[in-house]
Design a protein around this ligand. Structure first.
Ligand SMILES: Cc1ncc(COP(=O)(O)O)c(C=O)c1O
Length: 440
């Protein structure tokens, strides 16, 4: 029977659809009378209740009901806001129209992705680090590939995650059956190694205290802290993975936001080809959050303990469980990587970086300690001694701004708020004004 206290965990995109969430919860409750005889997946049962983004959606709905005339500003979900450059939108529109002609029509493409796009990704992002186009698998987004990688790995591996971290790593681990039960006291799942990444450790785990796991999820620039790992930190990580015979799954979804000389790819680190997979995305780099396009790099050298190449198994997963990204999205991806498209896309990431700077200066001028924002579209603001949900409520009540409580990304996120820099400039400036009025 459905137990409302162990409701489904949902990921970021659900934040956009508060009413749909309400409706689906209602249907689940109403459905109890006509139960099937199908047992619920015990791993789904394990997912913790009251998960971050549905909870924020609920509070947003309640806030709108309470203040129907308020102009709500969302610095919450990390969704892009600026229109696509014309060159990219028209490439997709023209291709879509050509599908209505006998000469232009195309059906399935290669499961691994359009050859030209794989080549363009390898040449644009991995030019100096020896990634072959055949090692690049085009996807419908990094989040989907994180789950496909979990399917590839199965339930018998152990994982480590940064604490705090993007929720998909932990949740997909629970769903596939790698995790133990959720412990309310520690707010951690059993059998997952939480690697604390806090300001005192320069947002890098203390590897001397980190237990060996098969898999290490590592996101840089990090969501939520905004920290981009330094070259030295990533060298330590690769060394640690080598010594332990572990595989790093490196998430570089925000690499386009790096402004200093931090590595944009794990493959910039010597030796990474033998221990790492990289997942990445067009979502935040090119505003493709709705279009859906990403990629995963699996080097040929990476092998399982029995010597079998990981790339062969990943290819099998992609052919069996995916069938390739939308051809329209892939045409758009190719346009993003043309010289003109790339320049246009970079000017939009520059716009978001300027937003981040405005917010960073605002929080700093208020005397708050703020991290991130320089190599990522996220700011990580410290409110010492406060519970992050209390700060969320105070900011929402008094400024009508949605933020994200840091505790939602893991226990080490308590006392922090994640503030996102995606948004139209006037909303960012208005948010800055409201925050100044609140905290000055
Ligand atoms: C760190 C990280 N990885 C992956 C994703 C998902 O990206 P995609 O839209 O490509 O599925 C996100 C989305 O917010 C993210 O923050």
């Amino acid at each position: 029977m459905y137990n409302s206290s162990t409701g489904n965990s949902m990921l970021c995109r659900d934040f956009m659809r508060p009413r749909i969430i309400q409706a689906s919860l209602k249907t689940q409750k109403e459905g109890i009378a006509g139960n099937t005889k199908v047992p619920r997946n015990v791993n789904m049962e394990k997912l913790r209740s009251g998960y971050l983004f549905p909870e924020i959606s609920k509070r947003e709905v309640q806030h709108i009901e309470k203040y129907p005339d308020a102009k709500l500003i969302s610095l919450g979900i990390g969704d892009t806001t600026e229109p696509l450059p014309d060159i990219i939108a028209s490439s997709m529109a023209n291709y879509a129209l050509s599908l209505s002609t006998a000469e232009g029509y195309r059906g399935y493409g290669a499961e691994q992705g359009n050859k030209a796009l794989r080549k363009a990704i390898a040449e644009t992002f991995y030019k100096d680090v020896r990634i072959k186009e055949t090692e690049v698998f085009v996807s419908d987004g990094a989040q989907c590939d994180i789950t496909r990688l979990q399917l590839l790995l199965g339930s018998n591996v152990s994982i480590a995650v940064q604490d705090p971290s993007f929720p998909a790593y932990v949740d997909s681990s629970v769903i596939i059956g790698q995790a133990g039960d959720f412990e309310d006291k520690s707010r951690m799942y059993g059998n997952i190694e939480y690697m604390k990444c806090v300001p005192q450790t320069n947002f890098f785990p203390d590897l001397a205290k980190t237990s060996r796991t098969d898999i290490i999820f590592f996101c840089s620039p990090n969501n939520p802290t905004g920290h981009a790992a330094t070259r030295q930190q990533l060298e330590q990580l690769v060394k640690f993975a080598k010594e332990n015979g572990s595989i790093i799954i490196f998430d570089s979804a925000y690499a386009a936001y790096i402004t200093d000389d931090s590595p944009r790819s794990i493959f910039e680190i010597p030796g990474a080809r033998e221990v790492a997979i990289e997942v990445s995305s067009f979502s935040k780099f090119a505003g493709f959050t709705g279009i859906r396009l990403g990629w995963t790099v699996v080097p040929e050298e990476l092998s399982f303990s029995n010597g079998f190449p990981v790339i062969n198994d990943f290819n099998r997963i992609v052919c069996t469980c995916f069938n390739g990204a939308s051809s329209i999205a892939q045409v758009g991806g190719l346009a993003c990587l043309s010289p003109e498209g790339f320049a246009a896309v970079c000017s939009i990431t520059d716009y978001y970086k300027e937003n981040a700077k405005i917010l960073l200066n605002t929080f700093a001028s208020l005397g708050l300690k703020v991290y991130g924002g320089k190599n990522a579209p996220y700011l990580w603001v410290h409110f010492p001694g406060s519970k992050s949900w209390d700060v969320f409520t105070e900011i929402l009540e008094r400024t009508h701004i949605i933020t994200v409580p840091g505790s939602g990304f893991g226990p080490a996120g308590e006392e922090f708020m994640r503030v996102c820099a995606f948004g139209h400039r006037e909303s960012i400036l208005e948010a800055a004004r409201r925050l100044e009025n609140l905290y000055l």
